[in-house]
Design a protein around this ligand. Structure first.
Ligand SMILES: *[C@@H]1O[C@H](CO)[C@@H](O)[C@H](O)[C@H]1NC(C)=O
Length: 342
């Protein structure tokens, strides 16, 4: 559903009825969301960002810290959120239940109707000193939600990257490489019916293996099987399925075959590196939106809630040059690609 970006003032009556109808027209369970990063010095205001999501029919957002102006701008928008607990808060939330209580009171309770998931940490690496705090922080945040009567409505998880999976090729051979880190997290998710949030980047796998890999395997456009998994008989034509199925398999081997996966980030850069072109990126996002509804070979028909990375090109991101070119929109709000988000 596309709502006109700017409503003429003369159409006040239309605007009123649109505003009234919107909650009924928006899907209750958004399948496609977009991550909203803010590391740019030329990005639109929080209010304009929320309007841009609405005018494009994007029903879900991920933000990386409890950004109060963004949380306020989202009030009443109907947009559902993944709200991250940033890295620097994890240790204190893990060791101090009252800090978790305070964090939830300040950042969650006033905005609870917008929040669907809390991600305790993004891509926390298993061998770092905050890693042991992730599980306890998840539990303390959930306890705080429960005491605010929000535990049934908001799910607590963490967002992993797939470097935590060993032997992903083929997917049937995969497992979590460090169960001392993932074991307690998987048990928590299983006990509480939470999904595992996973950042999935076929682009990075492609770049690492570009000498021997066809780019179409990363872009969902390979006309033929690239990887046959002998143990399952599944014939893989795209890397996204391989990566996600490796996580499903690792969860199964950890005793939790029924935990859902939410793809909490996935994207393809338009510039700054090998195969990073506007054409490839547009193909990736378009095919990903279609594919998310279909599910993977291991769980066909089981749609995957998927958050595209990211809303804007962010000119203050450091690291690899591609990092500044993941935006679906330019900072001036013009779309980089022609995409239909629902
Ligand atoms: C952000 O990037 C712009 C463009 O490169 C630069 O002019 C500005 O100084 C940067 N700001 C910060 C805070 O790094």
């Amino acid at each position: 559903m596309a709502v006109p970006q700017k409503l003429p003032t003369a159409a006040a009556a239309t605007a009123l009825s649109l505003a009234f109808l919107m909650p009924f027209l928006l899907p209750t369970e958004a399948q496609i969301g977009v991550c909203y990063g803010t590391l740019g010095d030329n990005l639109p205001s929080r209010q304009d960002v929320v309007k841009l999501y609405q005018s494009n029919g994007i029903g879900a957002m991920r933000i990386y810290w409890p950004d109060q102006p963004a949380l306020q701008a989202l009030q009443g928008s109907g947009i559902k959120l993944i709200l991250d607990v940033p890295r620097e808060s994890i240790q204190s939330l893990g060791s101090d239940p009252s800090a978790a209580m305070q964090w939830v009171q300040t950042n969650v309770v006033p905005f609870a109707s917008s929040i669907k998931y809390i991600a305790v940490g993004n891509e926390v690496y298993q061998y770092t000193d905050i890693a042991p705090s992730v599980g306890p922080a998840m539990q303390n945040v959930l306890n705080a939600l429960n005491s605010a009567n929000l535990g049934g409505q908001i799910k607590v998880s963490t967002a992993i990257d797939t470097s935590l999976i060993s032997k992903p090729y083929p997917p049937s051979g995969s497992e979590f490489s460090d169960m001392s880190f993932m074991g307690p997290i998987v048990d928590f998710l299983k006990t509480n019916g939470s999904p595992l949030l996973v950042n999935v980047y076929p682009y990075l796998v492609y770049v690492y293996n570009k000498q021997v890999m066809d780019v179409n395997y990363g872009l969902f456009t390979s006309p033929r099987t690239i990887l046959a998994d002998k143990a399952t008989g599944l014939q893989y034509q795209n890397l996204f399925d391989v990566i996600v199925d490796s996580v499903y398999t690792a969860l199964s081997k950890a005793g939790a075959p029924n935990i859902a996966i939410v793809v909490a980030e996935s994207g393809w850069p338009s510039d700054g590196g090998d195969a990073a072109t506007v054409g490839n990126a547009e193909t990736y996002y378009r095919e990903l939106i279609k594919h998310a509804k279909q599910g993977t070979l291991l769980k066909p028909g089981q749609g995957i809630e998927t958050y595209l990375f990211a809303m804007f090109d962010e000119n203050n991101k450091s690291g690899d040059p591609t990092e500044q070119h993941y935006g679906l929109f330019y900072p001036n709000q013009q779309p980089k690609y022609q995409l239909n988000f629902n």
